[in-house]
Design a protein around this ligand. Sequence first.
Ligand code: SF4
Length: 202
Amino acid sequence: MDRHLQRIGEIFRAIDSMYTAALNHYSFSCEGCSDNCCVTRFQHHTIIEELYLAEGVKRLDEDKKKAVAGRAEEVVKIHNSSPDDMRVMCPLNEDGLCILYEHRPMICRIHGVPYELHKRDMSIEYGVGCHRFMAEKVTEGLKYFPLNRTMFYIELAKLEKEVRGHLNFTGAYGKTTAEMVLSILRKDQGTLERACRKGRII
Ligand code: SF4
């Protein structure tokens, strides 16, 4: 596997490990949550996350790819005709579970518990947890767990810069998971990957 994909795997494993430590600290779990995060319209901002997701998508069998593509088309249609906060299930979720859990994007891994982000001007931005966390945990007087996202964002940004450099890509990138899936399976089928191979990324 290419070193860029390996690197994002390492970053994601570090995120997963810190996230698990936070869950343990708060004795918090997503299990049985009726407010599934996978209905949130998350935007992803890195090409490397799409490439990593593509690694998972290409391992799906043809029938599954067809089903996922059909759902992704529906999701994009709904998103395009609805307000930004419209909640619709991600095309990669089946029966409440992510079918590409190992390859899911960063925000899917890190959303849910309170976090902090250290800014260049030395200020610290604090983020609250998800609805369920706030409803269940905030009144318990728990000691704060400093889930610091800063290093993860910096490492991902460094990696993305390298990838874009190889691709000579200077534009903006912002896609929902449904759009990523369609890029991988349909419209640009293989285009990004071929470009990456040419640029010796994969
Ligand atoms: S990629 Fe997986 S974890 Fe992320 S929103 Fe979709 S189904 Fe949920």
